[in-house]
Design a binder for this molecule. Structure first.
Ligand code: HEC
Length: 135
């Protein structure tokens, strides 16, 4: 990563200026969050979740707003299939914080993401919905 990398800068700013970061809502603008979220996705999700087709986990394109375990072509656990959840940002945040606390019996593992990284990756997933050329 270069010094000019926006993620590095954002992290440095957040560490150096927590008061300012909290006081200036624009700091958490969705676009910036989504950029950070893409890096989070690459590090923490992409081993199991592809953006095209099914890997060990289901594709997450369009997951924000979708009913849990509703994607055709993936063999979800009975636990998730019977959860009755819809993936609102709040539900995604809870699931990512503790998948098995929220849905006992899910095959998704706990990832130990910070709150900020969870928010960022959710913003990234939300941004994929509108992306052109995505399945
Ligand atoms: C070790 C593999 C693995 C990793 C890493 C992983 N997941 Fe998963 N994920 C799964 C599996 C397997 C399922 C299916 C769970 C089930 O059927 O109970 C799943 C399911 C999900 C679902 C529910 C999808 C749906 O259509 O209902 C979401 C949302 C999700 N993962 C998000 C993420 C995000 C975001 C990350 C990275 C921060 C991540 N996962 C990292 C394996 C993984």
């Amino acid at each position: 990563m270069s010094r000019g990398d926006p993620v590095v800068l954002a992290v440095a700013l957040a560490l150096a200026l927590p008061g300012i970061a909290a006081a200036v809502p624009v700091f958490a603008a969705p676009a910036g969050d989504a950029r950070r979220g893409e890096a989070v996705f690459d590090s923490y999700c992409s081993d199991c979740h592809g953006l095209i087709g099914v890997r060990m986990g289901p594709s997450l394109v369009g997951v924000v707003g979708r009913r849990a375990a509703s994607l055709a072509g993936y063999d979800f656990s009975a636990a998730l299939a019977g959860s009755g959840l819809t993936w609102t940002p709040a539900n995604l945040d809870r699931f990512l914080a503790g998948p098995r606390e929220m849905v006992a019996g899910t095959s998704m593992e706990t990832l130990h993401l910070s709150r900020r990284d969870r928010r960022a990756v959710i913003a990234y997933l939300a941004s994929l919905k509108a992306g052109p050329g995505r399945p």
